[in-house]
Design a protein around this ligand. Structure first.
Ligand code: PEP
Ligand code: CO
Length: 456
């Protein structure tokens, strides 16, 4: 191709702070820089939230996805909130993800890797620095790690104390997730208990109950055959990883630590970090930062990406071509996916880059409904995933996974689904702080449809 995609940044010059020499988009205007500095220094003394070895395990698991041997389910909130922070909310989100994973695994026979958009997903990129609310121009809400969503000038002032709150909430969330997934809650003997009441009463909920009963039967069958079911830890525990968009680079840098075993640097704020669609410039600060940490990383791939752009990113973010290191998360919109994706798949395949391809069917399908609510239609979400599978089938590549914004709650934020949500319903329970999320029923509905695609 005759290009020198990463000539600008020899890897040897990377340090956890080398991003500071690059233009960093989407960073808040901290009014008190000394306070911001103190918060970063404080964070740098705190324990890591995840360990290097766990991040390496996730890379190995993602390598299986890259080889076409497993499927990635990355799901969770658009923006976690400091206000709706409770054990119930964490548990209910986990329930939906476990349900989706069971449906996908049971129906397709493919192992499902579970990664939450959780325990750190607090920062939001915005298309404009200010927004108009009730005729008043206010600084945009940038996620609870930066400012508050209340529509007042005061609430919107970036507050560095929030970095510490984000760390603490991430730590408690992760602690509970570890307890749930390793301490019995995620046991396959408990599949029925993941079906929440408002989900169980729906068509999908009943369909899920049938799957759960079949799993019960399979467990009894194995026990009857003399398989020591009780000692098979795979049946009683799940590996659940965390992820978020690495947006506020001062926060990420402060949690970046050198692994004593290998000498490599890991961003210990989550297992997987991704670069958003608005901050993926090749020479920008976000790409610089994530190029140097050893975690598995993701990068959003929007509709304007060319094959050359994608190849340059692959070279820059994974020059050693480590399988599982890089996940490309496409978010093109239902209308553009089939035509837009194929040339990218072909280019990456022909260049021999061992990436995971995941489909974010949410961010390319957002629109404002006549009611004025920002929403997405279930059919568009499904159509983008269907187009994603079709493009991979045409290019002979593996549709590695999906990236979904969802909540365990019974919200009315996305239109459609089998229990048809209409524009007139949106204001009933529209609770998101940022983008519209699938509710528990819609998420399960989607899992059954994706399982169908996987089976083909
Ligand atoms: C997101 O994943 O919440 C997001 C903002 O996505 P994107 O960067 O693809 O717009
Ligand atoms: Co979002």
């Amino acid at each position: 191709m005759g290009r020198e995609p990463y000539a600008l940044t020899p890897v040897s010059t990377w340090t956890p702070s080398s991003w500071r020499e690059r233009p960093a988009g989407q960073q808040p205007d901290w009014p008190d820089l000394a306070a911001f500095d103190r918060a970063q220094k404080q964070l740098a003394t705190y324990p890591p939230l995840v360990f290097a070895g766990e991040a390496r395990n996730l890379t190995a698991d993602l390598a299986r996805v890259a080889r076409g041997e497993a499927f990635l389910l990355q799901a969770g909130d658009c923006a976690e909130s400091f206000d709706s922070f409770s054990a119930d909310a964490i548990r209910d989100k986990l329930k939906v993800i476990l349900q989706m994973a069971v449906v996908l695994t049971y129906s397709s026979g493919v192992p499902v890797l579970k990664v939450g958009r959780i325990a750190g997903q607090f920062a939001k990129p915005r298309s404009a620095p200010t927004e108009m609310i009730g005729g008043v121009e206010l600084p945009s809400f940038r996620g609870h790690i930066v400012n508050d969503i209340a529509p007042t000038a005061d609430a919107r002032i970036p507050d560095p104390e929030r970095l510490l709150t984000a760390y603490n909430q991430s730590a408690s969330t992760l602690n509970l997730l570890r307890a749930f997934t390793k301490g019995g809650f995620a046991d396959l003997n408990r599949v029925h208990a993941w079906n929440q009441e408002f989900v169980a009463s729906s068509t999908q909920g009943r369909r899920y109950e049938t799957v759960a009963e079949e799993i019960d039967r399979a467990m009894r069958f194995m026990a009857a055959c003399g398989v020591e079911v009780a000692t098979q830890s795979n049946l009683h525990q799940v590996d659940f990883y965390t992820s978020h968009e690495a947006l506020i680079l001062g926060y990420e840098e402060a949690l970046t630590r050198q692994d004593s075993l290998t000498g490599d640097w890991y961003d210990c704020s989550a297992h997987l970090l991704w670069i958003g669609e608005r901050t993926r410039e090749l020479d920008g600060a976000h790409v610089e930062f994530l190029a140097g940490v050893k975690n598995p990383i993701g990068c959003k791939v929007g509709p304007t990406m060319t094959p050359d752009d994608v190849l340059a990113l692959c070279e820059r973010l994974n020059p050693e071509r480590i399988p599982g290191r890089l996940t490309l998360i496409t978010r093109m919109g239902a209308e553009r996916i089939t035509d837009g994706l194929r040339p990218l798949l072909a280019a990456v395949r022909d260049a021999g880059h061992p990436v995971v391809w995941a489909c974010d069917p949410m961010h390319g399908n957002t629109f404002t409904a006549p009611s004025g609510r920002k929403t997405r239609h279930f059919d568009a979400v499904l159509a983008e995933i269907t187009g994603f599978f079709a493009a991979h089938a045409a290019e002979g590549t593996w549709p590695g996974g999906v990236h979904i914004e969802l909540t365990g709650d019974d919200v009315t934020e996305c239109l459609g689904g089998s229990e048809e949500i209409l524009d007139t319903h949106l204001s009933d329970r529209y609770e998101t702080m940022c983008d519209p999320r699938l509710n528990g029923r819609q998420s399960l509905d989607l899992a059954f449809q994706v399982a169908e695609l996987l089976r083909r």
